[in-house]
Design a binder for this molecule. Structure first.
Ligand code: GLP
Length: 242
């Protein structure tokens, strides 16, 4: 079931997203959180840090599992997702660093890194919540549109459109990695609850396709329609077609 929440401004967007994660942690301090990168959740992370600083929230017993990572960037590269997560969230809260997990994209053995992450997810079992952003082509994590989708963590070749969209964070498109490791659709859909967030006019069309269109591998996010507990937070622009 998909529950759509439309908000009126950036502040509400971030507060609503952070509020859902905060109440989960308040009822279950050991919550296993699936986290996401990209620009969409940055404000949510900021708000969570504020709540932590206000003493409303602790991450001490919680753990986190990120969706994806570029292949070929050293972990300390300014655009690696490990560094992104450290800077945007982990360095500012009390979740022990060893409880935070991001696939390793820096090793030469990418396949082994994917297998290791899969193994970890299998051991951990069901995540309590999976936070997701949405790519312009309907990707979630880095599960790109294709004739078939992978259930488990795997290596993907990034779409040209995805590389272009992410080029804004690099000096040039040539520096954007061509491959990534991502949790598969099966791992994402296994979470108890999914929190999808999207904002901006440029996401309106893909939001409508994902939530109301046919379920197709050409729009990986459309598989969220099969999940029993999805909350979608949209600003007015991203939600204008649903
Ligand atoms: C990136 C990430 C996704 C993210 C998406 C949208 O490439 N791999 O996890 O949700 O693209 O990014 P943004 O939130 O910046 O629009």
């Amino acid at each position: 079931m998909i529950n759509i929440i439309k908000v009126n401004n950036e502040q509400q967007f971030n507060e609503t997203g952070a509020g859902i994660i905060a109440s989960l942690l308040q009822t279950n301090p050991r919550a296993k959180l699936g986290l996401a990168t990209g620009s969409t959740p940055v404000g949510v992370y900021k708000r969570l840090i504020e709540l932590y600083n206000e003493g409303v929230l602790s991450f001490k017993l919680a753990s986190s599992y990120n969706l994806d990572e570029y292949i070929g960037l050293p972990a300390d590269h300014s655009e690696s997702y490990r560094r992104f997560m450290n800077e945007k969230l982990f360095n500012h809260i009390d979740m022990p660093l060893e409880n935070t997990h991001v696939p390793s994209g820096s090793s030469n053995e990418a396949q082994q890194a994917a297998d290791t992450y899969n193994h970890l997810l299998d051991e951990v079992g069901q995540l309590d919540l999976q936070l997701l952003g949405l790519g312009h082509n309907g990707h979630i994590g880095f599960n790109e549109p294709d004739e078939e989708l992978q259930a488990q963590t795997h290596i993907v070749t990034l779409d040209e459109r995805t590389r272009q969209a992410n080029a804004r964070f690099f000096n040039s498109i040539d520096e954007v990695p061509t491959h990534a490791i991502t949790m598969g659709i099966g791992s994402i859909l296994k979470a108890k609850q999914i929190l999808l967030m999207a904002k901006g006019k440029d996401k309106a069309e893909i939001v409508a396709k994902a939530l109301k269109g046919p379920i197709t591998t050409q729009c990986p996010a459309s598989f969220l329609q099969t999940h029993p507990n999805v909350v979608v937070i949209l600003d007015q622009e991203a939600g204008s077609l649903v």
